[in-house]
Ligand binder design. Sequence first.
Ligand SMILES: *Cc1c(COP(=O)(O)O)cnc(C)c1O
Length: 356
Amino acid sequence: MKKINFYAGPAILAQEVIEEASKSALSFGDMGLSILEISHRSKEFVSVLEEAEALVRELLNVSDEYGVLFLSGGASSQFYMTAMNLLNEGDKAGYLDTGAWSSKAIKEAKLFGEIEVVASSKDKNYNYIPTGYDIPSDYKYLHLTSNNTIFGTEIFNWPETDVPFVADMSSDIFSRPLDISKFSIIYAGAQKNLGPSGVTLVIVKKDILNKVEKALPTMLKYQTHIDKDSSFNTPPVYPIYVSMLTLRWIKKNGGVAAMEKKNIEKSDLLYNEIDRNSLFEGTAAKEDRSRMNVCFLLKDEALEAEFLKDCAAAGCVGVKGHRSVGGFRASIYNAMPKAGVQTLVDVMKKFEEKNT
Ligand SMILES: *Cc1c(COP(=O)(O)O)cnc(C)c1O
C-alpha cells in the first residue's frame, strides 16, 4: 500500500503526476523514446519548457517584466546567485533571519555586499516571525524566507516597505496567491511543493539585472538564462517535465487560490488537534504557524518512539521532527490530501486514549 508521505523534501507529489511521469519514463508522447533519453533541443521538450513557463506565469500572474527560469544547483545556489547578480561592493541589502535557511542565505550574501540582518528570531529557536523592524530605504532588496521548512513558521504579512523583496519560497511556492510586483526575485527548489529535486524555479525582474560591475561567470548570470530560455546548457529535463505536470495539476484543481483554501483546511485540522490533544503541543507562535510544515512535540518525550511506531503502523512516514526542533514535523504540501492529514489526526486521538 502507498504510504502517506509527510517528509519535508523531497516530498509528496500528486499521484496522477507520478503515474503520468512514469508512463513518460517508458515512452514519451509519440516520440518512441523515453523522456529520459530525449534531447533538450527536441521540439517536444522545448514545448514542455514553454508550457511550464506559461503555467508559472498564469498561476502566479507573472508579467513579461519578469523572466521565469528553470535552473539547477538548488535553492542553495540562489543564496549566492541573488546577491552576486544584484549587489556591487558596498551596496546594502537587508535580511530577515527566520531560520537555518535564512542564515545560510545571509552567510553567502556577505561575500558580495554589506548585509544587514534587520531582525532575527534566533533568540527563541526561530519559533516566530519578527515584526516591527526598520527597513532603510537604501537597501537594494530585503531578503525573506517565506516559509521556514525546519521551524514551521510562515510569513503571512509582508513587511510594508518600498524596498523590493528577494524571497526564498522553496517550501510554500504555489501554496497561495502572491502579489508578484513586490518581488525582485523569487526562488524555490522544486522538491518541496513543485516536483522532484534537481530543478530550481527562479522568477526574476529583468530591469534589476546587469547593474553589477564585477565580471560574473556566464552560468551564474540570470541574464544568460533569460536570453537562452533556460537552455544555455542542458537543463534538468525530467525534473522540469514533472514540475510541468504538477503545474498542470494545480491549474486543473483550481489554481493557487484553491490550493490556499485547501491548505488552510488541512493545517487547521492538524493544528486544532495539536491544541485539543492533552499530550501534544505546537512549537511555533500561533499567528506564524506554517500551513506547509506543522511542527509539534509530545509533552512527555518518553512517548516519542511509541507515537512514531503508531504513525508507521497507520502508513504515515516522515513524521519525525528535524533535529533542531525535535518532536515531530508533518509536511502537508499541496499534494497531501485532506484524508492523509485526517489519518495522522486519528493516530493522535487514539494515542491520547491509550496514554491518558
Ligand atoms: C529545502 C530548502 C532549501 C534548500 O534547497 P536545496 O534545493 O536543497 O538547495 C532552501 N530554502 C528552503 C526554505 C528550503 O525549504
